[in-house]
Design a protein around this ligand. Structure first.
Ligand code: NAP
Ligand code: ZN
Ligand code: ZN
Length: 346
C-alpha cells in the first residue's frame, strides 16, 4: 500500500484535521500523481456535513484535483512520469452499461465510483483530493495543458464541467439569453462559458457587490434578485436559466423570468427539495431540468476547449489550515470565485 496524508472529517460534526491513510498500490493500468492543488467545491461542504445523505467517515473531500504523475502501471499508455494530470468527481464506473458506453459515466446505471465519499468496486472507501497523492485508473485521469495556470485549472474539474456540460447539451449560444443564478464557483464558470459560446449572459445574484465582478467576467447584464423592480423588468426574458444556488430557494420567481418554451436547468443541489407549482411551468410551456457533472470524454473536451480559449477559474489560493474559514465564507456567498488549496501547505 502507498502511505498518504490528507485532511479528513472524522464525523459530520467535527472539523477537518490532518489524517494518515493508505492508497492502493498501483496496478497495471493505474496512474499515481502527487497532488499540487485541489479546488474547494460547495459539494465538499454538503458531504462532510451529511447534508445530502449519510456519508462514509473519515472523509477526505476534494474532487478538483491537479498534479504531476510520479508512477505509472506497466500497461499505462496515456501518461508518463512528469506529465500533468487531473481527476474530477469520478474514479471508476462499470464501463459496460448504455450510459458508460457513450461517455456518460456520471449516469452509470450500475453506479459510478465517486472520487470520495464512495466505495471502489472492492468495497474500500475512496478518499479525495485534500491529500498529497492519489492512484486512479488511467481511463479516469484527464490530461491538462502546460499552457494554463495550474491552480486555476483545478476548478475546471468540477465547476467547469458541471456548467460546460448542460450549456453544450442544450446548445446554448448565439441568439440565446442565458441567466446564471448565483455567482459562486459554478456560476462564474457558467458566465465564462456562456459568453464564450456567444450567448447574452445575465447574472442573477443576491450580492450587490458582485455586479462589478459579473461585468468583469464578461456578463452583459446583472439583476439583483432582492430588488422587486429589477425582477419585474426581467420577467419573460430568458431562454435558459442555469441555477447554481447551493441553499434552499423557491423556483417559482425564477421560472417567471423564462420566455415561452424556456428551460430552467438546476445544477445546484440544495439539501432540501423545492416546490414547483405546475402553473409556473404550464404558463409558457416551460421546462425544468437538471444536470450532473460530465462524463470523461466531455471533461477532456472541456479542458481542451479551455486551453484553446485561455479559460481558467478566478481563484483565491489558501493554505489547507485555513479551510474552515474558506467554508464559512462559502456559506455566506463570499467566494471570489473558487478557493483552491495549495497542497504544499499540507
Ligand atoms: P458556491 O461557490 O458557494 O456558490 C453558490 C452561490 O449561490 C453563492 O455564491 C451565492 O451567489 C448563491 N447563494 C448562496 N446561498 C443562497 C441563497 N440562500 N439564496 C440565493 N442564492 C444563494 O457553490 P458552488 O461550489 O458553485 O456549488 C453550487 C451548488 O452546486 C452546490 O449545491 C453544489 O453542491 C452543487 N454542485 C452540483 C454539481 C452537479 O453535478 N450538479 C456539481 C458541483 C456542485 P450570489 O452571491 O451571487 O447570490
Ligand atoms: Zn464539485
Ligand atoms: Zn456504467
Amino acid at each position: 500500500m502507498i502511505k498518504a496524508k490528507g485532511y479528513a472529517a472524522a464525523t459530520p460534526t467535527t472539523n477537518l484535521a490532518p489524517w494518515k491513510f493508505e492508497r492502493r498500490d498501483i496496478e497495471t493500468l493505474d496512474v499515481q500523481f502527487d497532488i499540487l492543488y485541489c479546488g474547494v467545491c460547495h459539494s465538499d461542504l454538503h458531504q462532510i456535513r451529511n447534508e445530502w445523505f449519510p456519508g462514509i467517515f473519515p472523509m477526505v473531500p476534494g474532487h478538483e484535483i491537479v498534479g504531476r504523475v510520479v508512477k505509472v502501471g506497466k500497461a499505462v499508455t496515456k501518461f508518463k512520469v512528469g506529465d500533468l494530470a487531473a481527476v474530477g468527481c469520478l474514479v471508476d464506473s462499470c464501463r459496460t452499461c448504455d450510459n458508460c458506453k457513450v461517455g456518460l459515466e456520471q449516469y452509470c446505471t450500475n453506479g459510478s465510483v465517486g472520487t470520495y465519499n464512495s466505495r471502489s468496486k472492492d468495497g474500500t472507501p475512496t478518499y479525495g483530493g485534500y491529500s498529497n497523492t492519489i492512484v486512479v485508473h488511467q481511463d479516469f485521469v484527464l490530461s491538462i495543458s502546460e499552457k494554463l495556470s495550474l491552480p486555476a485549472v483545478a476548478p475546471l474539474l468540477c465547476a467547469g464541467i458541471t456548467t460546460y456540460s448542460p450549456l453544450r447539451y442544450w446548445k446554448v449560444g448565439k441568439g440565446h439569453k442565458l441567466a446564471v443564478l448565483g455567482l459562486g464557483g459554478l456560476g462564474h464558470m457558467a458566465v465564462k462559458f456562456g459568453v464564450a459560446f456567444g450567448a447574452e449572459v445575465t447574472v442573477l445574484s443576491t450580492s450587490p457587490s458582485k455586479e462589478v465582478d459579473a461585468k468583469k467576467l464578461g456578463a452583459h447584464k446583472f439583476v439583483l434578485t432582492s430588488d422587486p423592480k429589477q425582477i419585474k423588468n426581467a420577467k419573460g426574458t430568458f431562454d435558459f436559466i442555469l441555477d447554481t444556488v447551493s441553499a434552499p430557494h423557491e423556483l417559482k420567481p425564477y421560472l417567471s423570468l423564462l420566455k415561452t418554451n424556456g428551460t430552467l436547468i438546476m445544477v445546484g443541489i440544495p439539501p432540501e427539495p423545492s416546490q414547483v407549482p405546475a402553473f409556473s411551468l404550464m404558463d409558457g410551456r416551460k421546462s425544468l431540468a437538471a444536470s450532473g457533472i460530465g462524463g470523461l470524454p466531455e471533461t477532456q473536451e472541456m479542458l481542451d476547449y479551455c486551453a484553446e480559449h485561455n479559460i481558467v477559474s478566478d481563484i483565491e489560493m489558501i493554505d489547507i489550515k485555513d479551510i474552515h474559514n474558506a467554508y464559512d465564507r462559502m456559506v455566506k456567498g463570499d467566494v471570489r470565485y473558487r478557493f483552491v488549496i495549495d497542497m504544499a501547505t499540507l
